[in-house]
Design a protein around this ligand. Structure first.
Ligand code: ATP
Ligand code: MG
Length: 361
């Protein structure tokens, strides 16, 4: 995958930008608040159809009018595609329009056309925050490599909601308990589909993440393991029914899944330092890109926001070595200092200043 060119109009603090990134390593340097993350966000938007960062889509629209536009020429499987996304605020309502090669497309059609692997500081929640962050990592990966996964995930969510509301009605006597049977069965069926995908992808992800982590850290052992529901999900649902009725919520199933993360044998959640957490998350992201590459035949574009801070010099240079793998990377940093001259020498470097990109060197 490759971002051939990017065009922004009235997007956040970019009035107008035309960028042709290099096919290898691209470095965006600039002080705080200049537009480094905004630029990565716009590239991620092309892959995901919605911003992984904005709370409301209207945030993307700049001060110069009611509409923001992101356009790009991308290359995948030796084919060029032109993606355009408009976000427009009209009478207080925000609308998004997508075109691929001049034809209107729905947001659900976009994933797969252009793929990115994104690391940004928010991802550091992955280690210490709640399990939903780690489930999101699995889901995001599976959605990219398993065509039916997104649909199964949505179906599971609906069935779970139905079962939970039925639990409440059974608990207060509005419905007989055996009304739950059909929902248990549905939940188990869809759940097993999710679990199979997660198991399979973790088998590929865990050794890749361990390899990256060991190389970047100089030998630290990272073990990531999938913590799924009991094997016999239907039976487990039956067994937890009386607890579930008391709680009014379903206590077993892939919606409770987690990943355990251990560094040199110790639970990373309790013991990992800032730099160790960052190394772990970056390793997981690089592993994600490797798995997507293996399963789709094409490497996603790596978007790495402020990836080097908190890392010591050894880890920085080991990480930058990996970014030299063939493939396109866009990395941001507030300063050039952490980049070895050798790396800068083979990168394209820009200074970001108030929504403008100035080529340097
Ligand atoms: N819709 C918008 N219109 C105009 N400006 C915006 C809009 N949304 C965000 N900005 C501006 O963009 C700037 C932030 O840009 P960004 O987050 O890309 O900074 P950054 O270069 O990544 O900084 P840091 O190094 O602190 O992470 C802020 O100053 C903010 O006011
Ligand atoms: Mg930023």
């Amino acid at each position: 995958m490759r971002l051939v060119s990017l065009e922004l109009r009235n997007y956040r603090n970019y009035a107008r930008l035309n960028l042709e990134p290099a096919t290898g390593l691209n470095v965006l340097l600039g002080p705080n608040g200049q537009g480094k993350t905004n630029l990565l966000e716009s590239v991620a938007l092309l892959a995901l159809s919605s911003s992984p960062r904005a709370r409301r889509e209207s945030e993307l629209v700049g001060p110069l009018g009611p509409e923001a536009r992101v356009g790009a020429l991308v290359e995948g499987r030796g084919r060029l595609a032109e993606i355009r996304i408009w976000v427009r605020i009209e009478a207080g309502v925000t609308r998004r329009r997508i075109e691929v090669d001049g034809l209107p497309r729905r947001a659900v059609d976009l994933p797969g056309l252009f793929r990115v692997t994104l690391f940004w500081p928010e991802d550091l929640n992955l280690i210490k925050a709640g399990p939903e962050h780690r489930r999101r990592l699995l889901n995001q990966l599976l959605v990219q490599v398993r065509p039916g996964y997104a649909r199964a995930l949505a179906r599971y969510g609906r069935v779970l909601e139905q079962r939970n509301s039925l639990l409440k009605r059974v608990a207060n006597g509005e419905q007989p308990a055996d009304a739950l049977d059909v929902w248990d069965l549905q939940l188990a069926r869809t759940g097993v589909e999710l679990v199979a995908g997660r198991r399979e992808v973790m088998q590929a992800l865990a050794p890749e993440a361990a390899r990256f982590h060991s190389q970047i850290s100089g030998g630290e052992a990272l073990e990531v393991a999938y913590e799924g529901p009991p094997e016999e999900l239907l039976q487990a649902l039956h067994q937890s029914r009386s607890d579930d009725l008391r709680r009014g919520a379903t206590g077993v199933g892939p919606h409770r899944d987690d990943l355990s993360v251990r560094l040199d044998g110790a639970d990373a959640r309790s013991f990992a330092s800032q730099g160790q957490q960052r190394t772990t998350v970056i390793s997981l992201k690089l592993a994600e890109a490797a798995v997507v590459t293996a399963l789709t035949g094409e490497r996603p574009v790596l978007l790495l926001d402020d990836v080097l801070s908190e890392l010591d010099a050894t880890r920085r240079s080991a990480l930058l070595e990996h970014l030299a793998d063939p493939g396109q990377v866009i990395v941001t940093s507030v300063e050039a200092d952490p980049f070895p001259a050798r790396v800068i020498g083979r990168s394209r470097v820009w200074q970001v200043r108030q929504g403008r990109l100035l080529p340097c060197g």
